[in-house]
Design a protein around this ligand. Structure first.
Ligand code: FES
Length: 354
């Protein structure tokens, strides 16, 4: 590469994609043993949530060789390594392998000059999308021998195509020297069809001539960690499990949620909407069970929330759908206030649809 590295000041993050596979023997275990393993993994992930952003995704049914992904973003490799070690040490550990593992870092793109956009590349902020598509990526060595201006004009075309699909958010991370691939790219979207169209169109771009490898591709479905672990062997009965002190997690201060407000927090990988209704706190899954509407953006009405997508109305205390197209209840979470902090507990047993 002939051009000098540009300024990479600012905090760069380590990014890890750990794809786990579950031994089929896990499914034959009694439910109480599986519950013990799921709880142990969820407790470990919760314990690391002050050091790592961790998002969980199920691949059950989308790939044959891996079952779930833990996407981790943090500042220290030690935290990533310790998390893997602690998960191995749980009751689920003997049944887990990691057939795919990708380590990367953030850095500004060589081909984006706008300062703001360059700064954005340094810090990843996973969104609320239902799907994540991930693949490792390697360019040919010829690419790196091309003059920067030539690469820039090809990348401009590539970027222009990407902008035609605003529903797809791209995260590019860099693995040069850290791992076998050069990049790990991940695309967040609610619209898999848009992602497919984008990838097809990019095949016609000139940059595609310089792709050496861009497989395997992982199609991942966003789920809270406990749902992800449930998806490995069907639905468990853990919703009725008793609350333990270890399950409570502080997710903010009372002052972060003034009366009448809502906000999104993460609890062991679950995306949870917290509502303050006249001083009473409620916590429910942020995803509407009808079609994934974002409930934290809904209208709050004395103990109810109305989904912004198609108007389903839910009781915040029980999660029951009362009006609209949603047939299934919302998951609710235990919530309590302690010393001006807001604490979330495990998901509650789901009410039966009425
Ligand atoms: S997504 Fe909530 S009502 Fe349709």
């Amino acid at each position: 590469m002939t051009d000098k590295p540009r300024d990479t000041k600012g905090r760069r993050q380590l990014v890890k994609f750990s794809f786990y596979r579950m031994d089929p023997g896990w499914r034959a275990l009694p439910e109480n043993e599986r519950e013990r393993g799921r709880r142990a993994v969820a407790d470990v992930v919760r314990a690391f949530s002050d050091r790592l952003q961790i998002r969980s995704y199920s691949l059950v049914g989308t790939r044959g060789d891996t079952d779930f992904l833990l996407w981790q973003i943090g500042d220290r490799l030690d935290d990533i390594q310790q998390l893997a070690g602690f998960i191995n040490g749980t009751a689920m550990g003997p049944y887990l392998t990691m057939p795919y593992s990708y380590l990367a870092m953030t850095r500004p793109s060589l081909y984006v000059s706008r300062e703001e956009a360059r700064a954005e590349r340094m810090q990843l902020h996973p969104g609320d999308s239902k799907y994540l598509f991930v693949y490792p990526f390697v360019k040919t060595r010829e690419w790196y021998q091309l003059p920067l201006g030539e690469r820039q004009s090809m990348m401009d075309e590539h970027i222009r195509i990407g902008r035609k699909y605003p529903s797809v958010k791209l995260n590019t991370t860099y693995s040069f020297g850290l791992d076998d691939q050069e990049f790990v790219v991940s695309f967040e979207t609610d619209e898999p069809a848009d992602f497919l169209d984008l990838v097809m169109e990019l095949r016609e771009a000139k940059t595609s001539l310089y792709t050496l490898r861009d497989t395997p591709i992982f199609s991942c479905v966003a789920m809270g960690l406990e749902d992800t672990l449930d998806s490995l062997a069907g639905t468990g009965e853990r919703r009725n499990a008793p609350e333990t002190e270890a399950a409570w997690q502080k997710v903010g201060e009372v002052s972060d949620s003034p009366p009448g407000s809502s906000r999104v927090v993460y609890y062991a990988g679950d995306q949870v909407a917290i509502f303050n209704v006249g001083g009473d706190f409620y916590a429910v899954s942020n995803r509407c069970p009808h079609a994934n509407g974002l409930l934290a953006e809904g209208v709050i009405e004395a103990g109810f929330v109305i989904c912004p997508s198609h108007g389903s109305r839910f009781d915040l205390a029980s999660g029951r759908p009362l009006e609209g197209p949603a047939a299934r209840p919302l998951r609710t979470y235990s919530v309590r206030v302690e010393q001006n902090g807001v604490l979330l507990g495990r998901p509650r047993a789901e009410p039966q649809p009425t």
